[in-house]
Design a protein around this ligand. Structure first.
Ligand code: KIV
Ligand code: ZN
Length: 515
């Protein structure tokens, strides 16, 4: 039968205390609310004696976030514990989490205390905490580098003193899975008072093994996992919550465990950590990285289009993403391109697809990623014939250094003709304003380029414009012996593309909405 694993989230304590990850009170509250939506079992909200800010954050979270247990960290001494309790006492389900190091390295160089002094302090701390709170966790910092007999002695004593959870941290991420699993198993077999206690795992990622060690600990009897969103934490970080949760969910058939996490909230939690701390997630990070559900290789995209299970072991929706993405780049194939065009609302004939693919591969050689706008430009510039909604009948513009530039434009739309005049910062600007007046859509000119395409005084001039209408970019070009005429028609070319696209989107809208 599947057993429940308690998720102890320490993003706001171990995560927040790592370089560049600090958050203020409002940010911590916001994060705690998201952790509640995620349905974590325990939120370690901070280390109340560490600072006034930490104290207030733990107190605020304890007062507001009611569903999960709220834990506060404290060293193994009365002052720390009482301060933690002061911050936690309003919590609906408070937990005091007290810790002390047990390895000789820490005892000798950091604490400068003997083993018996640390043993005594541990027991004393748990007793003080238990007098205040029913739920007390004890952590033996640097457990994985501690003398095993001594560790047994300390854990036995704190369990007897009333600790309800015992945590076995791999504080410096030094363990490898077999070794860590053996330690957990040995502790469970040698400790005498643990029938009702929960064993907890807390792994750091210095050797990239935090999640692997955590999994082994579960297999050997731990039922609480300490972890953080995006794996943030001291140095190389802590075990990543989303990886553990999705591992248990995805491999449930061979891992007889479950969590109560609402996995659909994982992506939102991950983005929130990034937004609040500015600590970015690498693109290839499991579960929440930008590429975790993105496919570029042609063979993969082809497989994905036939059946997503070919290359995805979990659905993007299960972690809170809308869909997988087929990233168009130089490794993409025709199938993916065709699908992308269909998604954009274009049905291409085999011949059109053939030509579009030719331009696409040329562009993909120059650009790392191809965006929707690039694809639209490929279509509009060479593949599909865009109807001329408006045709230029007449243009006249004048300017000069002593007079305000002005233009008169006459356009034809079907059987109708329209005339407009405008002033502008130069004759070209005046022409474009006059055109906007007739069409009723206002464009922004981003680039204007004129070049001669033949020789001599009567050379054919080609005008190329880059414009933006309603947030979408359109190019336009036209050639003429008269540069004023070419300029007007180049802009009109872009306008006609924008009008065609707007009409197409409008025609597509009901279809997309009901799909
Ligand atoms: O890594 C560690 O040992 C800790 C303890 C305080 C639990 O964070
Ligand atoms: Zn830690």
């Amino acid at each position: 039968m599947s057993e429940k694993i308690y998720i102890f989230d320490t993003t706001l304590r171990d995560g927040e205390q790592s370089p560049g990850c600090s958050m203020n009170l409002q940010e911590k509250l916001k994060m705690a609310r998201q952790l509640e939506r995620l349905n974590v079992d325990i939120i370690e909200a901070g280390f109340p004696i560490a600072s006034q800010g930490d104290f207030e954050a733990v107190q605020a979270i304890a007062g507001e976030v009611r569903e999960p247990t709220i834990a506060g960290l404290c060293r193994a001494n009365r002052m720390d514990i009482e301060r933690a309790w002061e911050a936690l006492r309003e919590a609906y389900r408070p937990r005091i989490h007290t810790f002390i190091a047990t390895s000789d390295i820490h005892l000798k160089h950091k604490l400068r205390r003997s083993r018996s002094e640390v043993l005594e302090a541990s027991v004393e701390a748990v007793k003080i905490a238990r007098d205040l709170c029913e739920d007390v966790e004890f952590s033996a910092e640097d457990a994985t580098r501690s003398d095993i007999d001594y560790l047994v002695e300390v854990f036995d004593a704190v369990l007897e003193a009333g600790a309800t959870t015992v945590n076995i941290p791999d504080t410096v991420g030094y363990s490898v899975p077999g070794e860590y699993g053996a330690l957990i198993q040995m502790l469970r077999s040698r400790l005498s008072h643990h029938e009702h206690a929960i064993f907890s795992t807390h792994c750091h990622n210095d050797l990239g093994l935090a999640v692997a060690n955590t999994l082994t600990a579960l297999e050997r009897g731990c039922r609480q996992v300490e972890c953080t969103i995006n794996g943030i934490g001291e140095r190389a970080g802590n075990a990543s919550l989303e990886e553990i949760v999705m591992m248990l969910r995805t491999r449930g058939s061979i891992l007889p465990f479950y969590t109560d996490i609402v996995s659909e909230e994982l992506y939102a939690a991950s983005r929130m950590v990034v937004n609040l701390t500015g600590s970015f997630v690498q693109a290839n990070k499991a579960i929440v990285g930008k590429n975790a559900f993105a496919h570029e290789a042609g063979i993969h995209q082809d497989g994905m289009l036939k059946n997503a299970q070919t290359y995805e072991i979990m659905t993007p929706q299960s972690v809170g993403l809308k869909s997988s993405s087929l990233v168009l780049g130089k490794h993409s194939g025709r199938h993916a391109l065709l699908r992308k065009y269909q998604d954009l609302g274009y049905e291409l004939s085999p011949n059109e697809l053939h030509r579009a693919y030719f331009f696409f591969t040329k562009l993909a050689d120059q650009k790392k990623e191809i965006f929707d706008e690039d694809l639209i430009t490929i279509i509009q510039d060479g593949i599909k014939t865009i109807p001329d909604t408006y045709k230029l009948k007449y243009v006249h513009a004048q300017g000069g250094n002593q007079q305000l530039a002005s233009a008169v434009v006459q356009l034809q739309q079907g059987d109708d003709e329209f005339v407009a005049t405008a002033h502008g910062d130069g004759p070209i600007d005046a022409i474009y304003k006059a055109i906007d007046r007739i069409t009723g859509i206002t464009g922004r000119l981003l680039d204007y380029n004129v070049s001669a395409v033949s020789r001599g005084k009567d050379a054919l001039g080609e005008v190329f414009v880059r414009t933006r209408f309603g947030g979408i970019g359109y190019t336009g070009k036209a050639a003429s012996v008269d540069v004023i005429d070419a300029s007007a028609r180049a802009y009109l070319n872009a306008v006609n593309k924008a009008l065609y696209e707007a009409g197409r989107l409008e025609r597509e809208a009901p279809r997309t909405a009901s799909a």
